[in-house]
Design a protein around this ligand. Structure first.
Ligand code: ZN
Length: 204
């Protein structure tokens, strides 16, 4: 008789537009480093419809985890890693006696052993954070494009002033433009530094 120990993991809402097919071997290695299991290497079965609509189920006596195929196919590595860390913790036989209605899960909604999926911070950037970073990246890229265009326009108008550079107001005009170009370049540089950080976080 197979003993099913893990209860259902239910997702309230799936993040959109972040789907990366999870590289299951890589993710499994990462999850095992975060949460080692007492049996040597757990078997991971990817199946279409795990019992009870769960994302993952742990079978402690078989040292085996079932994971939902669409979860592996459609969701980010960080997401799948969090599910595996949760299931591997079940394989250790962890219990939460204070949670009388469901002693296999923590009653703390911030704990990765809560009955619904909680991102494990060591699994990487969460899908929600990823969405925010993508949006921020897009905003910065738009501003950089705008500023680059306006530098081009400023350079054009500087050309006009150069034609009359003997006159004071034209020399002042060139000076003003140079200052504006300098300011725009500085702003672009700041945004580019931030974009590099965002890129690194998205790849984490
Ligand atoms: Zn569970």
């Amino acid at each position: 008789m197979k003993k099913l120990i893990a209860a259902t993991l239910v997702i309230i809402s799936l993040p959109v537009a972040t789907a990366n097919a999870a590289d299951l071997n890589k993710v499994t290695t990462k999850a095992l480093a975060i949460q080692p299991v007492p049996c040597k290497h757990p078997k991971i079965d990817v199946i279409e419809n795990p019992q009870g609509g769960a994302l993952g189920l742990a079978y402690i006596e078989e040292c085996r985890v079932e994971i939902k195929a669409s979860h592996v196919r459609d969701d980010s590595n960080a997401y799948v890693c969090s599910t595996l860390v949760h299931e591997f913790t079940h394989l250790t036989g962890a219990t939460f006696p204070e949670n009388k209605s469901d002693p296999y899960h923590s009653s703390n909604p911030a704990n990765w052993m809560y009955g619904q999926l909680v991102f494990h911070p060591k699994c990487g950037t969460s899908d929600q954070k990823r969405l925010n970073l993508e949006a921020e990246k897009e905003r910065h890229e738009i501003i950089i494009t705008d500023k680059t265009e306006s530098i081009g326009e400023l350079r054009e108008s500087a050309k006009e002033y150069r034609k009359c550079r003997r006159q004071l107001h034209c020399r002042r005009g060139i000076k003003r433009i140079k200052q504006r170009i300098k300011k725009a370049k500085k702003q672009i540089a700041i945004l580019q530094v931030r974009l590099t950080t965002i890129q690194a976080e998205l790849q984490a």
